[in-house]
Design a protein around this ligand. Structure first.
Ligand SMILES: [Zn+2]
Length: 313
């Protein structure tokens, strides 16, 4: 079963990860637990009396360098890589226990999560999966930064970046319905410029960063080993985008185009999309023969009110 499965999925077994947060440098143990159908992705701070924060748009905290969730002053930081892996691999329901404020950065990609899901197994549940089907275009522009979502079948993402040398211009399009996430997107690592390192360290923004969890860029290319893909940088931006758009509460069915965007633009899109109730509908996922059935029998409107609350409207 993959991410376009007709039914919701959870992990078959509890999974544990430990490491440090990229930004805080804080040591953390993270446990992923199977969760019942319909429960979504819920974070739990075990160091704060099991305080829970759902991964939804209404709990997004405003920061520019990573995507974080906040509720009643409690923070869960740098959620995007795990959320990306969950959406990418089709895990709908999971409890994420953390004993600190930031998720572990691991190797800077989503591959350790994907490997763990593959090894531990993914279990199908007895509930039809719903997606956010885009019905009309929504666009957010800020200077030369742009992100737009458009109607379309499957989940297609095109991303273009233009970074200072040695990255330059890169663009990539991926069709996540082709279940390529695990091999084409998940392994792409986060990156940073050596020239910025001291300034960011002085600001306390990259206390956990090191050559084991980020591509460190010198004038002519990576200073710590070779790339996993020639266009690893733009692939990582796609990884981040999938994780940030996961905060819409469901996988999106549509086409996403992003140019020079970042976490702030990604989460701004989530807010814009959720607020414009005419721009989308909750619909059952279209899979082969189920396509006609899904079009003819969308989820009841009565259900939508409750879903609206889940989505943070
Ligand atoms: Zn990232």
């Amino acid at each position: 079963m993959g991410q376009s499965a007709q039914y919701e999925q959870t992990i078959a077994l509890p999974l544990e990860f430990s490491g440090v947060g990229l930004h805080s440098g804080a040591p953390v143990i993270m446990r992923l637990l199977p969760a019942p159908a319909g429960s979504g992705i819920v974070f739990r701070r075990t160091d704060l009396d099991n305080f829970e924060i759902a991964a939804t748009g209404r709990n997004v905290a405003k920061v520019s360098y990573a995507t974080s969730l906040m509720r009643q002053g409690v923070l869960i930081s740098t959620t995007e890589h795990l959320l990306s892996a969950l959406i990418g691999m089709g895990v709908d329901n999971v409890i994420v226990e953390l004993d600190n404020l930031e998720l572990p950065i691991l190797d800077g990609s989503a591959l350790p999560f994907v490997d763990a899901f593959r090894n531990g197994g993914i279990r199908t549940q007895r509930r039809r999966r719903e997606v956010i089907r885009v019905l009309k275009p929504i666009e957010v522009r800020e200077g030369d930064k742009f992100i737009g979502v458009y109607p379309g079948s499957g989940y297609n993402i095109c991303y273009a970046i233009d970074f200072p040398a040695p990255i330059g211009k890169q663009d990539v399009c991926v069709d996540l319905a082709a279940e390529t996430y695990g091999t084409t997107i998940a392994p792409a690592r986060t990156f940073g410029y050596k020239a910025d390192e001291q300034r960011l360290r002085d600001m306390g923004l990259i206390r956990g960063a090191g050559p084991e969890n980020a591509i460190i860029l010198g004038k002519h290319g990576p200073m710590n080993g070779s790339l996993r893909f020639a266009d690893e940088y733009v692939r990582h931006k796609v990884l981040d985008l999938i994780g940030d758009l996961a905060l819409a509460g469901r996988r999106i069915e549509g086409r996403v185009v992003a140019e020079r965007a970042g976490h702030a633009m990604h989460t701004a899109m989530v807010s814009r999309l959720l607020k414009d109730r005419s721009a989308w509908e909750l619909a059952w996922v279209n899979v082969g023969d189920a396509a006609d059935e899904a079009r003819m029998a969308p989820p009841m409107r009565g259900g939508s009110m409750r879903e609206a609350a889940v989505l943070g409207l």
